[in-house]
Design a protein around this ligand. Structure first.
Ligand SMILES: *Cc1c(COP(=O)(O)O)cnc(C)c1O
Length: 360
C-alpha cells in the first residue's frame, strides 16, 4: 500500500527546489549481459582479489536483487525502498535534500541519537530541540512537537526504540505527531533497533502517510555493522528524489553480497533466534545490574542496550576500563546525570561487566 498522490505533492514541495530540479549524474548503463567497455574499468580483477563477483567492475547502483530482498523483509514495495550506506547516510541524504542552508530547521527530541543534529549542522540547518520527559519513561511530548512546528521545519526526527534511552514511542504518540506534521514536515521514524522491540510495522505507517519515512539497518540486529547497509522506506517519489543526490555507485559489492547472504531465509531464521537470545540476555543483565549497589536504576529497553543510572558514572567508567570494557558515558547529557549506556554482549562480556561493577 502506498499513500495517495495528492498528499505526496505537498511533501515534495518541502524539498529544496534545486534538488527537485537537479539533473542527476548519469552513471554508465547497467546491462550485465554485455561486455563493459563503457566505464573505464580494468578487464582483469586485481591479482589479490578473491571476491565473487570480482571488484574490477563497478557495482550495480541500486542492486535489484538486494532492493527486492530488503523490500520483502521490511514488508514494502521495492519502489518504496532506497538502499543506503547505513542509516547514517539516509540521515544525511534527507537533511541535504530537504533543508535549505541557513533557512530551514529540523526538530530533535533529546536525549536521542546525535547524528540528526550533526547532519543538520553540517547542512547549516537550525536544530529545534523538544526535550523528552525525564526518567523513567523519557516520553516524547507530541503536543510540544506540534507546538514547535513552524514553516522552516522540514524534518521531525523520531527515534523508536530511542537511542540512548531504549524505550519505544507509543503508537498514540506517533499517530499524534504524524497527524500534526502532515503536509508540513517529514516525520522520520528511525527504527534501527526495531527487531529487538515487541512490535513494529513499517508498511502500515507508510501506507497511511506520504510524509512518513522509516529508517532501518542491517547494522544492529543482523550483525552487519561493518557492511554499512541501511534501508530508507518512503513514498516512491521521495525515494526517487533522494536517488538524485546519492553517489552513483554508493554500495560496495562485498557489502551487497554480505547483505544478500544475511537476507537468505536460513540466515534470517538464525537471526531471529539470536534476537530472542539477546532479548533474554538483556532482561537477565538488567536484573543482575539492578541488584548492584553501584546502580540506581535500569530503564526499560526495547533495544540491544541498557541505559543505566549509576551512583557515580565516572567510577563506573574507570572500573569498566580497568576490566578492558568500553561502555558509553551519557552523564553530561541533560536529564541523564549518572547515566551510562551498555550494549548487551555475549555471556562472558556480560559477566565481566557485572564483575567490574560489583567492585564498586
Ligand atoms: C546505530 C544507529 C544508526 C546508524 O546505523 P547505521 O545503519 O550503522 O548507519 C542510526 N540510528 C540509530 C538510532 C542508531 O542507534
Amino acid at each position: 500500500m502506498i499513500a495517495a498522490d495528492a498528499e505526496i505533492a505537498d511533501v515534495l514541495a518541502l524539498a529544496r527546489p534545486e534538488i527537485r530540479e537537479l539533473q542527476p549524474y548519469e552513471h554508465a548503463a547497467w546491462e550485465p549481459n554485455l561486455t563493459r567497455l563503457h566505464a573505464n574499468e580494468l578487464p582483469w580483477p586485481n591479482c589479490s582479489d578473491r571476491h565473487d563477483p570480482p571488484l574490477n567492475r563497478y557495482p550495480e547502483p541500486q542492486p535489484r536483487e538486494l532492493i527486492e530482498a530488503l523490500a520483502e523483509y521490511y514488508g514494502v514495495q521495492p519502489s518504496q525502498l532506497l538502499a543506503t550506506r547505513g542509516s547514517d547516510e539516509a540521515i544525511d541524504l534527507l537533511t541535504r535534500a530537504f533543508c535549505r542552508a541557513g533557512r530551514d530547521a529540523v526538530i530533535v527530541t533529546p536525549p536521542t541519537f546525535g547524528m540528526y543534529a550533526v547532519a543538520a549542522r553540517i547542512q547549516d540547518a537550525a536544530v529545534v530541540t523538544v526535550p523528552r520527559s525525564g526518567a523513567p519513561g523519557f516520553e516524547l511530548d507530541a503536543a510540544a512537537v506540534a507546538a514547535a512546528l513552524r514553516p522552516e521545519v522540514r524534518i521531525v526526527w523520531l527515534c523508536s526504540p530511542n537511542n540512548p534511552t531504549g524505550g519505544t514511542v507509543s503508537k498514540a504518540t506517533l499517530d499524534a505527531i504524524l497527524a500534526a506534521t502532515a503536509g508540513r514536515a517529514l516525520a522520520v521514524i528511525d527504527a534501527a533497533y526495531a527487531e529487538f522491540s515487541a512490535s513494529h510495522d513499517d508498511g502500515a505507517w507508510l501506507a497511511r502517510h506520504a510524509h512518513c519515512v522509516v529508517l532501518r539497518t542491517l547494522s544492529k540486529a543482523h550483525g552487519l555493522a561493518g557492511a554499512r547497509i541501511g534501508a530508507l522506506l518512503a513514498h516512491p517519489q521521495i525515494v526517487q528524489l533522494l536517488r538524485r543526490i546519492l553517489p552513483p555507485y554508493a554500495l560496495a559489492a562485498p557489502s551487497v553480497s554480505a547483505a544478500l547472504a544475511a537476507l537468505q531465509p536460513t540466515s534470517l531464521m538464525v537471526t531471529r533466534t539470536r534476537i530472542e537470545l539477546l532479548r533474554n540476555a538483556r532482561e537477565q543483565l538488567a536484573r543482575d545490574l539492578a541488584a548492584l549497589p553501584a546502580v540506581i536504576e535500569i530503564y526499560p529497553s526495547d533495544a540491544n542496550f541498557l541505559l543505566v543510572r549509576c551512583r557515580d558514572a565516572a567510577a563506573v567508567m574507570r572500573a569498566t576500563r580497568a576490566h578492558r570494557l568500553l561502555v558509553r558515558d551519557f552523564s553530561a547529557h541533560p536529564g541523564l546525570a549518572g547515566c551510562v549506556r551498555v550494549t548487551v554482549g555475549n555471556d562472558s562480556d556480560n559477566a565481566r561487566l557485572l564483575d567490574a561493577l560489583r567492585e564498586l
